[in-house]
Design a protein around this ligand. Structure first.
Ligand SMILES: Nc1ncnc2c1ncn2[C@@H]1O[C@H](COP(=O)(O)OP(=O)(O)OP(=O)(O)O)[C@@H](O)[C@H]1O
Ligand SMILES: [Mg+2]
Length: 349
């Protein structure tokens, strides 16, 4: 028996009432209808053209004009969209992985659904479950599709965020659709779903599935390598060169884009780099991500005091025993001692 679609169709509010075939007709466009130049849209020096949709639909993410694309990662994601590759973006926290995929989709007008694979997502959430609904005043049980069959039948990019946090039993649901022609079987429904030709699958993760080796990503799982093997492209987005990171922060906080502001941001990025080196050397157990640098710059605007903003945005997140080291990094870049520094500790001359 075919699955009633009312439950899922109401998610978009675009179904034709009473129609059983709403599931594939609710999207205005059933596929991309034009090719756009990567050079023009993403500013990357290549003659590539990629398929895109002419019309924006509710699921298309909003364009963030301040977003700066990383060419290598952008090309990997574009290969995912245009050549139906399964792309995973891996990297340290706050480097822009989740937003990168969304912003590529936003520029292509590609409908996009992001699912956080946190520890509470269950098989039923992904596959679907029987639910009691009110139909013509009567309570009836009907099957409501989960997000995987729903997305699979539409021209949608499904993003599994925090892929390495998903529970192992849940991850096996995804295994089959990772294969390019991966059909999906709804066991209770005795039905096989064929993927829509413009369905796309992406994931982001902090680890490469080998577990929480750095100690920073508590809650992540060791992933089955047969599954990692099924991702066609694994792009890495880690910390960027100094100038590029500065450009990102300035794009986010344009008020700092003058001589004084640029000097300040440059010093802030240097502090962040020192924390990353300190982390790599084992001196620190935490590090400053680009997201924190952005927050620090925003907090500078609020408090008008880089030292106070630094304390509130990063220093207070550090282990108390490590704060003097972080204060020293700050002192090296800003020439000011913080209260947390060794120099100000009782007993220091
Ligand atoms: N290249 C960039 N241009 C503009 N803003 C950026 C860029 N990279 C990151 N950001 C900003 O930094 C913040 C963090 O980005 P995002 O949430 O995508 O990181 P993430 O890599 O997914 O982090 P996590 O691993 O913690 O999930 C966002 O507010 C985003 O807008
Ligand atoms: Mg993310």
């Amino acid at each position: 028996m075919r699955t009633p679609t009312r439950g899922t169709a109401s998610r978009t509010g675009k179904c034709k009432k009473g129609s059983k075939e709403t599931e594939v007709t609710e999207f205005v466009l059933q596929g991309p209808d034009r090719m756009v130049s990567v050079r023009e849209v993403f500013g990357i020096d290549t003659d590539l053209k990629v398929p895109a949709f002419a019309e924006r639909e509710d699921h298309v993410p909003d364009i963030d004009d301040a977003y700066r694309f990383n060419p290598d990662v952008t090309l990997a994601i574009l290969a995912g969209f245009s050549r139906d590759r399964r792309v995973m973006v891996q990297g340290l926290h706050g480097t822009g992985k989740s937003t990168h995929i969304e912003q590529v989709a936003a520029r292509l007008n590609w409908p996009c659904v992001r699912v956080n694979l946190d520890g509470h997502i269950s098989r039923l959430d992904l596959v679907g479950k029987d639910a009691i609904v009110l139909r013509d005043g009567l309570q009836v049980t009907e099957f409501q599709e989960g997000i995987v069959p729903w997305a699979l039948q539409r021209p949608v990019a499904l993003i599994f965020d925090e892929y390495d946090a998903g529970r192992p039993d849940v991850m096996f649901v995804i295994q089959r659709i990772l294969e390019r022609d991966g059909k999906f079987t709804l066991l209770d429904q005795n039905r096989v779903i064929h993927p829509h030709p413009w369905f796309r699958l992406f994931a982001t993760s902090n680890t490469v599935g080998l577990g929480n080796l750095s100690g920073m990503y508590h809650g992540t799982q060791v992933l089955n390598h047969a599954q990692i093997d099924r991702w066609n492209i694994v792009a890495t987005l880690n910390y960027l060169p100094h100038d590029e990171e500065m450009a990102i922060v300035l794009a986010r906080v344009p008020a700092k884009n003058d001589d004084r502001g640029r000097k300040l941001i440059s010093a802030m990025v240097t502090v962040a780099e020192l924390t990353r080196k300190g982390f790599a050397a084992g001196d620190l157990s935490t590090l400053m991500s680009p997201r924190t640098v952005i927050t620090w710059a925003e907090n500078c605007e609020i408090f008008r005091d880089p030292a106070l903003a630094f304390r509130l945005s990063f220093l207070n997140k550090c282990d108390e025993a490590e704060r003097p080291i972080v204060a020293e990094y700050y002192q090296r870049c800003f020439g000011t001692e913080l209260d947390e520094s060794w120099m100000r500790a009782p007993g220091a001359q």
